[in-house]
Design a protein around this ligand. Structure first.
Ligand code: UDP
Length: 315
């Protein structure tokens, strides 16, 4: 298949490029490099089945050849990034999704949209099944990301229902692993870098809020299964792809200190506005429809991620 990946130079996008090329597909990677980096795809340059286009997908996308699938992964995705880039985040979620799904419709290609657990906001039910409508503050600081993704889901469903586009919506929960950006402010990368440098780990709020972390390799496997799954009625509705292993922020801080052998302590800082108190995916649907569940234990995934950041810090 010829697969177009928007945001292909980002964290998840670049791992998708790798896996799809390994599977024998042809990949066109589009990225405006706002939060993505050529470092993530430099090893693919010159590959005969890989092409990179520096392009902002809020603008019209022209691809001359046949396209079999479009995977829309372009967006600032860490809270720090979308707080710094609120309008870009809204535009790529709205206009970028419109252009990407327009390409899929024109090419009669499958379309998979990277949605998010943020569609559930600060959830009032735990774990979160796909049927939960969420608890989002539309005008809060996080609203720019949450509402952009919720609009994008609505747009994707409308293109499916109105134009019959073969669409998929993946609700991605917290994912970690090599190629996370060192300074995008996410908890796993922040804590690993702080621990490796012997600095205090910045725990926001009480640290009792929870998240559920999926290793990138598992996440990519789930996303590709969702893209390739046969066309049934259920497959067009959102599917949670994440690891249900829920833990507190303090738990993850302790784990990272243990695995790095660091003597760092904690420092408590202010909790960001609307920071969800709990988060855990209900993955019954992914298990049933895709025969998928995450395989990597947190300790193993963290060891690989720590090794990656150690090397980055030595560069
Ligand atoms: N967090 C923290 N210290 C940090 C970075 C994040 O305590 O240095 C907390 C943050 O407040 C949130 C959780 O860790 O409760 C996960 O944050 P992240 O930015 O990784 O992603 P989110 O799940 O909030 O989108």
């Amino acid at each position: 298949m010829h697969i177009v990946i928007t945001g292909g130079a980002g964290f998840l996008g670049s791992h998708l490029c790798d896996s799809l090329l390994e599977m024998g597909h042809e990949v066109s990677c589009l990225d405006n490099l706002l939060t993505g980096s050529v470092d993530n795809i430099s090893h693919l340059m010159g590959h005969e089945r890989f092409r990179f286009y520096k392009h902002d997908v809020t603008e019209f996308i022209y691809i001359g050849s046949q396209v079999d699938a479009v995977m829309h992964f372009a967006s600032p995705a860490s809270p720090r990034d979308y707080l710094e880039l609120p309008i870009e985040t809204l535009k790529v979620g709205a206009l970028g999704t419109h252009k990407s799904i327009g390409l899929a419709k024109h090419k009669n290609a499958r379309f998979l949209m990277a949605s998010t657990s943020e569609t559930y906001g600060d959830p009032l039910v735990n774990p979160q099944p796909e049927s939960y409508w969420g608890n989002v503050n539309p005008i809060g600081l996080r609203g720019v990301y949450d509402e952009a993704k919720r609009f994008a889901e609505a747009l994707v469903m409308a293109y499916h229902r109105t134009h019959g586009v073969n669409t998929r919506i993946a609700r991605i929960f917290n994912t970690y692993g090599p190629r996370m950006r060192a300074h995008d402010g996410r908890v796993v990368s922040n804590f690993i870098i702080q621990a490796l440098k012997g600095e205090s780990l910045t725990v926001y709020g009480s640290g009792k809020q929870t998240r559920s972390f999926c290793y990138v390799e598992d996440e990519i496997d789930g996303l590709i299964r969702l893209l390739m799954a046969p066309d049934t009625d259920d497959i067009h509705l959102p599917v949670n792809i994440g690891n249900p292993d829920e833990m507190t922020v303090l738990d993850i801080a302790r784990k990272i200190i243990e695995l790095t052998g660091s003597s760092s302590k904690f420092v408590f800082e202010k909790l960001p506005q609307d920071d969800p108190k709990i988060r855990q995916p209900d993955i019954t649907k992914a298990k049933t429809l895709l025969n998928w569940s995450p395989k990597t234990h947190m300790e193993e995934g963290l060891r690989c991620t720590i090794a990656y950041f150690k090397e980055k810090l030595n560069d």
